[in-house]
Design a protein around this ligand. Structure first.
Ligand SMILES: [Cu+2]
Length: 142
């Protein structure tokens, strides 16, 4: 998982790779093998965030990627913080990779979620938080 997040502190850029539907985990509705907020992404306010949203080559389902303010929110928390049309055509299918880029302008605690119907409620979301200062990190919680 360590290679899922990298950053350049001098340029305040962070790159996050989220792989949907990783096999061998209890649920197909996971990112990087984690469900229900257990994966915790932390990004400082004002950094340039590039997200690679990849569907695992062996994925069973199509999936999507959006940073949202809370449970079942359907719009991005910040301009550009989503694949385009995340509840419609903005998905990735098995082996497919798409990228989006945004700059979070204010601290908050929200979610990185799949907005395809039934996926977030099935556990497909990570915790996404924006903090004042510090460095980006990727962690886990129970
Ligand atoms: Cu999904």
């Amino acid at each position: 998982m360590s290679q899922s997040l990298s950053f350049d502190a001098a340029n305040r850029t962070v790159t996050l790779t989220m792989v949907a539907n990783v096999p061998g985990t209890p649920s197909d509705f996971n990112y990087n093998g984690y469900t229900n907020g257990a994966l915790v992404i932390t990004v400082p306010k004002g950094w340039d965030v590039t997200v690679h949203c990849n569907d695992d080559p062996a994925a069973t389902y199509a999936h999507s990627c959006t940073v949202v303010r809370g449970p079942e929110a359907k719009t991005p928390a910040f301009p550009g913080a989503s694949l385009p049309d995340p509840t419609g055509t903005g998905f990735v299918t098995a082996g497919e990779k798409k990228t989006f880029r945004f700059t979070p302008g204010a601290p908050f605690v929200g979610r990185f979620a799949c907005l395809l119907i039934g996926h977030e409620s099935g556990g497909m979301w990570a915790t996404f938080q924006v903090v004042n200062g510090g460095e980006p990190s990727l962690g886990t919680k129970l």
